[in-house]
Design a protein around this ligand. Structure first.
Ligand SMILES: Nc1ncnc2c1ncn2[C@@H]1O[C@H](COP(=O)(O)OP(=O)(O)OP(=O)(O)O)[C@@H](O)[C@H]1O
Length: 204
């Protein structure tokens, strides 16, 4: 799987968020998109997921053949602060719902996923009664335990405590080996394992 950007730029009204960005993102590698608050990390992630069109330049997706941007969502899993879980669902319901659209990663099923989360006692609890850390773990586990070849994580350790951060690192180690993983971050513990780094500031 490959994502290629050719001189891509994105602006909102007259403000360029980034410009002249050419890069390739390839399966088996992990990439960190870095920059301070408001620098454009989420904007670039949205362009890469196909949910935001570039203002200039081209983006292309391919495995053995070209994948049109309208179809790329089928290959992607995403966990981000702006993607909310359905609050009225229980944990069991949200897992069943998510995996109506995605397949489980190898050796994972709903029971194993709940065990990975360490939330066996909360299976029948509605998401609205989850703590912010429990919600964040759930988002990350749903994304990482899907068999999608491309994984996007935006601010993956927000709301996680030290234990949660270690749990996240283990999740990454166990479930991202052959994937193309792209992480938007400004916190070292979220991305220090990444093979490559892109600083948004280099494309202003
Ligand atoms: N839909 C939009 N319309 C206008 N401006 C926008 C829009 N979305 C984002 N922006 C602007 O683009 C800039 C980059 O925002 P973005 O959310 O990509 O930054 P970020 O690096 O992800 O920030 P943070 O670390 O705070 O999440 C900001 O100035 C923001 O106000």
């Amino acid at each position: 799987m490959k994502i290629a950007l050719n001189n891509v730029g994105r602006r909102f009204n007259k403000e360029w968020i980034f410009k002249n960005l050419s890069a390739e993102f390839i399966s088996g590698e992990s990439y960190a998109i870095l920059g301070p608050n408001g620098s454009g990390k989420s904007t670039l992630l949205s362009v890469l997921t196909g949910s935001l069109t570039p203002s200039e330049g081209e983006i292309s997706y391919s495995n053995s053949k070209e994948i049109p941007v309208e179809s790329i969502y089928k290959y992607i899993s995403l966990a981000a602060p702006y993607l909310e879980l359905i609050e009225t669902f229980t944990l069991k319901e949200i897992i069943d719902f998510h995996f109506k659209f995605k397949n489980f990663a190898a050796d994972v099923d709903a029971k194993k996923l709940i065990k990975i989360l360490g939330l066996e006692k909360s299976v029948n609890k509605q998401i609205k009664y989850f703590s912010s850390g429990m919600k964040q773990r759930t988002k990350l586990a749903l994304a990482c335990c899907s068999d999608s070849p491309i994984l996007f994580l935006d601010e993956p350790t927000s709301n996680l405590d030290v234990q949660g951060i270690n749990w996240y690192r283990e999740l990454i180690e166990n479930f991202t080996k052959d994937k193309l993983t792209i992480i938007g971050s400004n916190q070292i513990q979220e991305y220090e394992f990444c093979d490559k780094q892109i600083q948004i500031a280099d494309f202003k």
